[in-house]
Ligand binder design. Sequence first.
Ligand SMILES: *[C@@H]1O[C@H](CO)[C@@H](O)[C@H](O)[C@H]1NC(C)=O
Ligand SMILES: *[C@@H]1O[C@H](CO)[C@@H](O)[C@H](O)[C@H]1NC(C)=O
Ligand SMILES: *[C@@H]1O[C@H](CO)[C@@H](O)[C@H](O)[C@H]1NC(C)=O
Ligand SMILES: *[C@@H]1O[C@H](CO)[C@@H](O)[C@H](O)[C@H]1NC(C)=O
Ligand SMILES: *[C@@H]1O[C@H](CO)[C@@H](O)[C@H](O)[C@H]1NC(C)=O
Ligand SMILES: *[C@@H]1O[C@H](CO)[C@@H](O)[C@H](O)[C@H]1NC(C)=O
Ligand SMILES: *[C@@H]1O[C@H](CO)[C@@H](O)[C@H](O)[C@H]1NC(C)=O
Ligand SMILES: *[C@@H]1O[C@H](CO)[C@@H](O)[C@H](O)[C@H]1NC(C)=O
Ligand SMILES: *[C@@H]1O[C@H](CO)[C@@H](O)[C@H](O)[C@H]1NC(C)=O
Ligand SMILES: *[C@@H]1O[C@H](CO)[C@@H](O)[C@H](O)[C@H]1NC(C)=O
Ligand SMILES: *[C@@H]1O[C@H](CO)[C@@H](O)[C@H](O)[C@H]1NC(C)=O
Ligand SMILES: *[C@@H]1O[C@H](CO)[C@@H](O)[C@H](O)[C@H]1NC(C)=O
Length: 449
Amino acid sequence: MHLLASKCNNRRTKFPHIPLLGVALLLLLCLASSTSSCTQQEKISLLKFLDRLSRSSGLTTSWRNETNCYMWEGITCNEDGLLTEISLASMGLEGSISPSLGNLTSLLSLNLSCNSLSGKLPAELLLARRIVVLDVSFNNLDGYLHKLPSIHDQAMQVINISSNLFTGQFPSTRLENMKKLVALNMTNNRFTGKIPSTICVNKPFLMMLDLGFNQFNGSIPVKISNCTALRVLKAGHNKISGTLPDELYSATSLEHLSFPNNRLQGELSPQHIVKLSNLVILDLADNGLRGKIPDSIGQLRRLEELRLEYNNMFGKLPSTLSKCSNLTTIILGSNNFYGQLKHFNFSALSNLKVLDFMSNKFSGTVPESLYFCNNLIALRLFSNNFQGQLSPKIGNLKSLKFLSLSNNSFTNITNALQVLKGLGNLTTLLLGTNFRGEAMPEDETINGF
Ligand SMILES: *[C@@H]1O[C@H](CO)[C@@H](O)[C@H](O)[C@H]1NC(C)=O
Ligand SMILES: *[C@@H]1O[C@H](CO)[C@@H](O)[C@H](O)[C@H]1NC(C)=O
Ligand SMILES: *[C@@H]1O[C@H](CO)[C@@H](O)[C@H](O)[C@H]1NC(C)=O
Ligand SMILES: *[C@@H]1O[C@H](CO)[C@@H](O)[C@H](O)[C@H]1NC(C)=O
Ligand SMILES: *[C@@H]1O[C@H](CO)[C@@H](O)[C@H](O)[C@H]1NC(C)=O
Ligand SMILES: *[C@@H]1O[C@H](CO)[C@@H](O)[C@H](O)[C@H]1NC(C)=O
Ligand SMILES: *[C@@H]1O[C@H](CO)[C@@H](O)[C@H](O)[C@H]1NC(C)=O
Ligand SMILES: *[C@@H]1O[C@H](CO)[C@@H](O)[C@H](O)[C@H]1NC(C)=O
Ligand SMILES: *[C@@H]1O[C@H](CO)[C@@H](O)[C@H](O)[C@H]1NC(C)=O
Ligand SMILES: *[C@@H]1O[C@H](CO)[C@@H](O)[C@H](O)[C@H]1NC(C)=O
Ligand SMILES: *[C@@H]1O[C@H](CO)[C@@H](O)[C@H](O)[C@H]1NC(C)=O
Ligand SMILES: *[C@@H]1O[C@H](CO)[C@@H](O)[C@H](O)[C@H]1NC(C)=O
């Protein structure tokens, strides 16, 4: 499912970040420079681009009336009077992208995001030696990115082809010589086959890789270890299988590791996971993972989000996890975790906002230390073996909006309703399948919710 919210705004203003004075100076510089007028070749390339558009909104007037194409809307030149930037995001453009843009030899940045452009991405653009930033995200571009010989010394740093309809394998050769790559976002397309094995080879600066919402399959390439600068690796909602390779744990700069909704198997390696000491987000939900949460997870002190729901994991909640005091989100639902929580020190997790233990086999009473987590917004203990009466201290959870205690063995509904009455932010309360054999209390107990 492609559920990514569109970031596209309507038409942007021409120079969003440069104050007016800056715009004036920029224009003056372009005009003052002796080579400030655009070349015939540049003009031809741009007009060919315009001709391929079936809908170009206001562009046509602005572009055709002025003879110097450096004055055209969306076109920027630098101090040397070279056309360096085309910035036409959210312009309502329709039609295809002309390969003639590849003839703009000084172009450094091309941003056509958030339009309705269709057809192929001209090979000339991915292969251009000088282009540093290419953003064609949020369009309807489709087709294959064909294998082509790679170009040496490509300057490319940012590629955003996300939220299009690209299909087929991502050709490994395309990436081989992009040694300066910093960010590559291919999310929300229809790419198939393996994750390109060259994706991390010779990429000392690669910080962000988003492959999510495609149909990538096969295992995670072991060369992932060569991504030494990688901070964000997202590949959720694909068909990636196999185990998390030991090599993955060598990418020690990782802060955000997320592979939800894939077909991963195996266990979290206790001795390797500690190498990822910079991890802030670990999301491996909805896979086929087995085994326990390793005790060593307590060494990941920067951890804020831990999501392991919908796997086949088991064992106790390691008490060491309470050392990760920046945790805001713990979601472990639909596994086979068990045991009592009375020795787990929740009071050390004062930043906790979301705690979801749904459909496990936790037992005993709700631990008192949980009532110190007064930033909790959502607490789901649905379908476990919790028992006993609710403590009046649950009233400390003033921020709580969602509380599900259903399908456990809690007792004394009169008490439960009384202690929950004080939770003024509560909008959802699920208590069903508890309190077996008890009668509903008198009305005055329920009043006040
Ligand atoms: C551009 O030229 C067309 C006709 O050639 C004219 O109608 C229009 O007013 C001109 N627009 C501007 C902004 O000068
Ligand atoms: C690029 O420029 C060359 C030389 O001017 C020209 O022959 C060619 O057709 C141009 N390519 C495109 C796609 O416009
Ligand atoms: C492209 O333009 C859009 C809209 O202004 C902006 O949000 C986006 O960050 C730009 N892309 C790059 C790579 O700068
Ligand atoms: C595309 O991705 C780049 C790199 O992450 C980012 O700077 C840019 O803002 C993104 N574009 C849009 C429209 O979000
Ligand atoms: C990649 O682009 C999508 C939009 O297509 C955006 O939602 C996502 O946040 C981007 N990934 C990263 C890591 O910035
Ligand atoms: C991956 O998907 C392709 C089709 O896109 C298929 O031919 C191939 O067998 C699949 N490989 C694995 C390991 O599932
Ligand atoms: C890739 O990483 C391996 C170790 O995981 C190392 O032996 C190799 O030299 C690295 N290659 C490059 C090109 O950095
Ligand atoms: C926890 O979060 C705070 C506030 O964002 C930050 O200053 C601190 O460095 C974090 N602790 C760790 C161990 O990362
Ligand atoms: C639990 O954590 C809190 C806060 O870090 C600490 O003050 C308290 O001593 C701990 N309790 C136990 C039983 O370890
Ligand atoms: C309620 O819990 C029991 C046992 O804990 C489980 O078998 C059953 O599937 C649960 N019901 C629902 C609706 O999840
Ligand atoms: C149930 O709770 C009510 C109100 O807190 C209390 O008066 C009563 O004694 C409790 N019943 C049992 C059996 O503990
Ligand atoms: C609702 O939550 C806010 C934020 O945590 C808190 O300040 C406020 O007191 C709560 N309101 C009530 C009625 O408990």
